[in-house]
Design a protein around this ligand. Sequence first.
Ligand code: GDP
Length: 344
Amino acid sequence: MSNSFNQDQSARRFKKRTKALQPITDLVEGVRSGNRRDLARAITLIESNSQDHFQHGQELLKELTPYTGSSIRIGITGVPGAGKSTFIETFGESLCEQGYKVAVLAVDPSSTVTGGSILGDKTRMENLSRNQNAFVRPSPSGGVLGGVHRKTRETMLLCEAAGYDIILVETVGVGQSEVIVRGMVDFFMLLVITGAGDELQGMKKGIMELADLIVVNKADGANLPAAQKTRREYKSILHFLQPATKGWETQAVTCSSLHGQGIGDIWETITRFEKNTKDSGAFVERRKTQTKEWLHSMISDRVLNSFFQNPDIKNNFPDIESEVIAGNKTASQAVEALMSLYQK
Ligand code: GDP
């Protein structure tokens, strides 16, 4: 009995494994034909921390790379409660209605630290998830933010190969996540709301300088005049800031994600941005810079990882670190000592 149970189990494991490692040509075709199940499977491969899944995923990505790059990539950030998921649902559905294929991805920094999630689970954007023209994928969880970054960027490429015209990457303003998302998109949008009146002082200038568009959401009902006032305040502050994109003046608009007002204008602004920056060359220039920075950051991650995984470093690092903290060694001396161990 236990023997047949074991056999059943190993048969199931085998089936599961062969299913996960579906022949690459089938998966390439599946993704290319826009099959959402194959796309999800392909993303699972590149997200996997298992070495053979990862290799398989990278081979797949290599096959699909010629079909990537033709979407417009849009980043969306805002504090929790600003209305990001409501906005994405309304905006995404309106784009699907116009015949576009829309993919929604997320970079949730909290998932890397606590395993929990600020952005929330799969139940968000339920209507959009059901739309045949949409694909909604929650943030990859676990690992370091660098890992989430790689996974999201590669997922974006897979979605492009699957024919998605518009990629929305959602994040929340914690730590480095906004800078990371800005580094992978063409257009970056900051969603804000009116608050106690001092929200502008609390707003980090750095984040405003990443944005191509500031959207004051919840401009409806009794909140409409306050939202319009907030928009004007943002507009006047923007004059003193560095624009995020060469040749594009950062805009500030109002919208109601709940009632759909202003949503069409936002899409119109994005298409104008795309046209202007493509005409000026800024669009292509940014993509090239992003690819270069991407390569550099992958190398840094890999080298850093290899350094800290080195057995000699692992054995000696705690003592050397303590000596630096105690003031018995300078940081430079410690680096010299560690590097000679590493290069041995
Ligand atoms: P997120 O945390 O940024 O994703 O925010 P949610 O989309 O979950 O929205 C937070 C709350 O604000 C929800 O109760 C929404 O119904 C509400 N909300 C979002 N957009 C609007 C809007 O345009 N107008 C109004 N009145 N409420 C909104």
